[in-house]
Write a protein that binds this ligand. Sequence first.
Ligand code: UD1
Length: 352
Amino acid sequence: MKVIHVVGARPNFMKVAPVLNALKNRRGVVQTLIHTGQHYDVNMSDVFFQQLGIPAPDLNLAVGSSTHAKQTAEIMTRLEPVVAERKPDIVLVYGDVNSTVATALVCAKMGLRVGHVEAGLRSFDRTMPEEINRLVTDQLADLLFTPSEDADENLRREGIAPEKIHRVGNVMIDSLVRLLPAARQCGGGSFPERYALVTLHRPSNVDDSESLREILNTLVKLRERIAILFPVHPRTRQRIAELGVELNSLHVLEPLPYVDFLALQSRAAVVITDSGGIQEETTYLGVPCITLRSNTERPVTVTLGTNVLVGRDQKKLTAEFARVLEGNAKRGSIPPLWDGHAGERIAEVISH
Ligand code: UD1
């Protein structure tokens, strides 16, 4: 059986690693890994391949950054001849980035079987580019691998045949479980013992200068209570430079490698983020998470986990932050099937 995996952006890499590993030992499976090149900086891509033990991609389409339409179209144009030549039995796509939807479109039209890893998540907010990517990808996929019950429900409501849906658990947590011991060994760097860890890259927060300015001003105030470590996504770095806000009192860092970031997450007093994956990782780690969004496609992180949504409300952010520092953070539990074995369950379904 020939399997092609297509990945492109940072949050794809921790999801593909467990599936590649689980399929590696199956007899008769030949795997090809294609990187679209959506993310290309060493610290957004190569470093993740190294730390996660992912083999170098068989092919890099080197599409780079552009508008959504151009980036998606470029991935489609470059991918089509490659897939036509390799004639896979199944193509696996991951998460909700532009590389995911572009691949699903190309392969579905070629009559190829498509499997979507992390299917069924919905924020019900179509202003998010990822929500469009999720909706389209799930309609086109033949095998839908979901992390949680809510995802199954979303898919059934959208008319997806139940036999296509396979609840396998959270594949990103597989990577976390595998590398947490390495993260625990990792020295803390030259950072203070007690700190809040911040990440920010959602267009709705960082592309709107008023919103970004508000958030940054709040962070500078929160800094009076506790140190703030802020690894900055390239997209956000550009916007901050345009705004010219003074962030000297924060620890502003380059984007961090997977294990280093996991180490900081696991020791943080609190994480403030607008990322999807980090809401899940903090829930697994039992670390309080304050999410700067008004909705989430990962509701179990709120119902079962440690996540609290505060939207763009800076007063709510400050109040929640104070609650955590006073020792009254929400306690959570680990959702079912977030156990480090999701990749094996995916391999099992594919093999059959
Ligand atoms: C993409 C995903 C988002 C995911 C995020 C994780 C889509 C629609 N969005 O958003 O879901 O949460 O990745 O990081 O697919 N850039 C660099 N170097 C890089 C990559 C990007 O400098 O290696 C800069 C470029 O200026 C680029 C900007 O970051 O224009 C945004 O990159 P892009 O891939 O378009 O989207 P992300 O914001 O990274």
